[in-house]
Ligand binder design. Sequence first.
Ligand SMILES: *[C@@H]1O[C@H](CO)[C@@H](O)[C@H](O)[C@H]1NC(C)=O
Ligand SMILES: *[C@@H]1O[C@H](CO)[C@@H](O)[C@H](O)[C@H]1NC(C)=O
Ligand SMILES: *[C@@H]1O[C@H](CO)[C@@H](O)[C@H](O)[C@H]1NC(C)=O
Ligand SMILES: *[C@@H]1O[C@H](CO)[C@@H](O)[C@H](O)[C@H]1NC(C)=O
Ligand SMILES: CC(=O)N[C@H]1CO[C@H](CO)[C@@H](O)[C@@H]1O
Length: 398
Amino acid sequence: MHGLLKRRVGLHCISIKTAGSVRMKKVLLLMLTFGVCIFVYSFLIDWNTMYGVIKDKLPKLNQFGQYRQHTTTYSNTSPELLRTNDQSLTTGKMIVSTKLLNKLYLEKSLMPGNLTNSIVTTTHFPIKEKNYITITFQGRLGNLLFEYASLYGIAKHHNMIPVIDKRCHLKKVLKISATSGQQLANVKRYNEVKGCTFEKNAFNLDRQYNWTLNGYFQSWKYFVDNSEQIRKELQFKDSIQHVAFNQFREILNLKGISNRSTYIAVHVRRGDMVHSSVMTKYGYTSADKRYIDNAMASFQLNFSNAFFIFSSDDISWCKTHFTKENTAFILQKNSPEVDMAIMTNCNHSIITTGSYGWWVAWLIGGKTIYYKKYPVKGSELDKVFNSETYRPPSWIAL
Ligand SMILES: *[C@@H]1O[C@H](CO)[C@@H](O)[C@H](O)[C@H]1NC(C)=O
Ligand SMILES: *[C@@H]1O[C@H](CO)[C@@H](O)[C@H](O)[C@H]1NC(C)=O
Ligand SMILES: *[C@@H]1O[C@H](CO)[C@@H](O)[C@H](O)[C@H]1NC(C)=O
Ligand SMILES: *[C@@H]1O[C@H](CO)[C@@H](O)[C@H](O)[C@H]1NC(C)=O
Ligand SMILES: CC(=O)N[C@H]1CO[C@H](CO)[C@@H](O)[C@@H]1O
């Protein structure tokens, strides 16, 4: 803006000098008048160009707006995200302009050269610094899935780039897109306080830093705005899906089940939740036979062609207790991801306790019945647990 102004004033001075013979006072008055005129003129030109740029980009912005509705990737338009560090723009219209241009800038990674008016862009928009965010992975498959999904959701919320450790097990079994290997500078750590509760603070990270998340982040709310992308991200690799589909068909064939049944995955977590005193003292528990019977009856009521496929870390307990004709069991010693992939061929789910079952239910996406006595009321686990933010509202408590 200043460059333009100087150039114009300079030109004007030359023309005044060549007018030579007029008296000093008149010259000064004339210069002042012209100066003011030119100042106003330059300002208008600048303002118009700026406004022109914005007008130019408005249709595109609308497109972005629609794009945003589709993907919700760029849902955050909070003021702190917008770079309003140019304090010279103070009028209402100008601030709006800055915001619009900033939106363009953030959403399309526009470099200053992309916009037609370089004065506007170079003056008001410093080169955008990239923000990265990563997470310290811990636990087994169910935990890892929560960690990845929440990392993704939190990253998208802040318009940051999620990156993960290349050794993360999920990279071997899922089609996830996050890249690895970046050496991050200027990193801050977010330490989760309650592992099974949605923490609003995780959605309010300072964009001056790169971030490392530390915790379990077990809440659907961290990624509810990105569910569709996360469903794509969390697809098992084709080799796993292939093995899983074959086993699924095999199970049905063995039972002579029609392919027009309604399939319900029943995940029964027992193992450590029954036998580890550390875990049961902390508040973990396992569902009893009565709960599973009731859940099955509820599905049977609504789907007369219901067929139940059990998966468990204690499958012999299941075989002993559930003997109806419309039940089958995953008997092979599969990896956890193959078992999960088999279950995702079902239409609905019954889950008991733990994050593995949670993900079986979420990935299937149909109706879900969950065990409401998990975790044990008043336990240590219960203190970091919020059922409303842990389980999606559509799930049915029993
Ligand atoms: C994040 O780390 C990258 C890579 O080291 C660095 O280029 C970038 O400036 C950092 N971002 C912030 C906001 O500090
Ligand atoms: C269902 O089974 C029948 C007979 O085995 C087969 O012809 C048909 O293609 C199957 N349909 C699906 C959707 O798998
Ligand atoms: C079955 O229908 C009943 C009555 O409408 C309902 O209360 C129950 O939640 C349904 N169960 C399932 C698994 O859809
Ligand atoms: C139920 O699952 C089977 C097997 O994956 C699938 O073929 C069928 O289309 C599903 N039914 C419904 C109503 O989604
Ligand atoms: C959307 C777009 O065209 N972005 C480009 C802006 O310019 C930089 C380099 O000047 C490119 O890297 C971007 O792809």
